[in-house]
Each structure stands twice: as structure tokens, then as C-alpha cells.
Design a protein around this ligand. Structure first.
Ligand SMILES: Nc1ncnc2c1ncn2[C@@H]1O[C@H](COP(=O)(O)OP(=O)(O)OP(=O)(O)O)[C@@H](O)[C@H]1O
Ligand SMILES: C[C@H](N)[C@H](N)CCCCCC(=O)O
Ligand SMILES: [Mg+2]
Length: 231
């Protein structure tokens, strides 16, 4: 019998300890691993902030990476329905151009993706767990309402213990379900990195799904074999 960790839900929300800590890298790794197992996969980046202006419209790098590594090929607008040009908190970018984040678009986008019957649909958040979508609402509330299980990406750096434990406590407090976490070596040669991972393991009951090493050219790498996971 295989000792592989099983992720047997069709949809997961990928959150993390901060912005810029490897959520997209790890989402790509999970998609590549599932693709290698011949699963029908989709990545979804419902809200992006930080886009290029192109003749086809706004394009966000995360969404393009998820689109590229999805085995089900769909138009960009389905992968990233809400996009803002400025690389800032999305609700502030939204206020700047007087185009509020419409949670109905995010909902509708998810329903449309589900119609393509993916075996695995990974939704990448923006920033960390509590992302404001306006001055009153958080994206995390939507995730919990949708009952989407979570995968928490921990960007390994000094301070990540606090960020990881606060994130996990907050997800539980919000009523979210954590499927597991990924340790991402977002920095090269973090001192005592293994001791940090061991500490996190001792505090987090959910499984460590994968450990992603630091790689200079990670965007060019196939990371499938780093995820010893059965989908
Ligand atoms: N394991 C790694 N090895 C080398 N570089 C990494 C690693 N993980 C992340 N990076 C780099 O760090 C940067 C941030 O990673 P990534 O874009 O995945 O973060 P994110 O959490 O998705 O950010 P955002 O909040 O903007 O969505 C990228 O340039 C990425 O290539
Ligand atoms: C621009 C950045 N890379 C992300 N796309 C958005 C990060 C939002 C962070 C919001 C916050 O928690 O302060
Ligand atoms: Mg990202």
C-alpha cells in the first residue's frame, strides 16, 4: 500500500503566510503533479492586482502561470475574472478606479469552471488569508461560505512561525478546513530552516504535503516530483 498523501477533494483554496511567499509557485507544483497523474486540472486566480496592459486586456503573471499549467485550456477571462493594474491591495486598486470587487463575478467564475468537471481545481488567493475585498468584507469569508478546503503555503523565512500559526489559528476561527500545508523555501539558505519546519510540524496537526526547495530558476522547472501526493 502506498504511503502517499491523498488529496481527494476536487477544489482547494491556496492561501499563504503573506504575499510574495510562493503561493503561485506551489500552486503550479500541485497542478504539475496532478497533470502527471493525468488529472483534469484548472487553476483559478479570482482576484489579481498587478497586471500588464495588453491589446487583449489586463494580464496578471500568476493567472497566466495557472492558465499555462491547467490541463483544461480556457480563456484568460475565465481564469482571472477580476483584475487590477496596480500591484497593491486589490480593494484599494478597485477604489482608485471606482470599480468595486464584485464577489458575484468570483462566484459565477467558479461555477463556470466547475462545469468543465476538473478533477482538481486550485484557487489562488491574493496576499494572505484575510484579504479585504472592500472596507467591510474579506475574501476569507467567501472561502469559508463555499466550504472550500484550504492548503496553506508557508514561505520559510524568519518570522514565518508567527505568520503560519496566526494564519492557521485564524482559518480555524473562521470555520475553514485545512487539508494540509506546504513548506516553501522562498529564501536561499535560511539559517536553521529544518528546525523551523520541525517546529511547524509540532504545532500543525494537518499534514505537510510537500517541501519545495529554493531554486534559482524555479519558474522554468517542472516541480511535479516534489509533490508526493495522490490526487
Ligand atoms: N522555492 C522557491 N525558490 C526560488 N524562488 C522562489 C521560490 N518560491 C517562490 N520564489 C520566487 O518568489 C517570488 C514570489 O513567489 P510567488 O509569486 O509564487 O508568490 P505569491 O505568494 O504567489 O505572491 P502573490 O501574493 O503576489 O500572489 C517569485 O519571483 C518566485 O519565483
Ligand atoms: C500586489 C501583490 N503581489 C498581490 N497581488 C496583492 C497583495 C495584497 C496584500 C494585501 C495586504 O494584506 O496588505
Ligand atoms: Mg501569486
Amino acid at each position: 500500500m502506498s504511503n502517499k498523501i491523498k488529496l481527494n477533494q476536487a477544489i482547494y483554496f491556496i492561501t499563504g503566510t503573506d504575499t510574495d511567499i510562493g503561493k503561485t509557485v506551489c500552486t503550479k507544483a500541485l497542478l504539475q503533479a496532478a497533470n502527471k497523474q493525468h488529472k483534469a486540472t484548472l487553476g483559478y486566480k479570482p482576484i489579481s492586482a498587478g497586471c500588464e496592459v495588453t491589446i487583449d486586456g489586463l494580464r496578471n503573471e500568476d493567472a497566466l502561470i495557472l492558465q499555462q499549467h491547467s490541463s483544461i485550456q480556457l480563456p484568460y477571462s475565465m481564469i482571472n475574472p477580476v483584475a487590477y493594474q496596480q500591484p497593491i491591495a486589490p480593494h484599494i486598486a478597485a477604489a482608485e478606479i471606482e470599480q468595486a470587487i464584485d464577489i458575484n463575478l468570483i462566484d459565477k467564475g467558479l461555477s463556470q469552471l466547475k462545469q468543465h468537471n476538473p478533477d482538481l481545481l486550485l484557487i489562488e488567493g491574493a496576499g494572505g488569508w484575510h484579504l479585504p475585498i472592500n472596507n467591510k468584507q474579506l475574501l476569507s469569508t467567501w472561502v469559508v461560505e463555499q466550504k472550500i478546503p484550504l492548503i496553506v503555503i508557508v514561505g520559510l523565512k524568519l518570522g514565518c512561525l508567527n505568520h503560519a500559526l496566526l494564519t492557521i489559528e485564524s482559518i480555524r476561527h473562521s470555520g475553514g478546513v485545512i487539508a494540509g500545508w506546504i513548506a516553501n523555501h522562498s529564501q536561499q539558505n535560511m539559517p536553521y530552516v529544518n528546525e523551523n519546519i520541525a517546529t511547524l510540524k509540532s504545532f500543525i496537526a494537518e499534514p505537510l504535503l510537500a517541501e519545495i526547495p529554493y531554486m534559482d530558476n524555479i519558474d522554468q522547472q517542472n516541480l511535479a516530483d516534489l509533490c508526493d501526493i495522490e490526487f
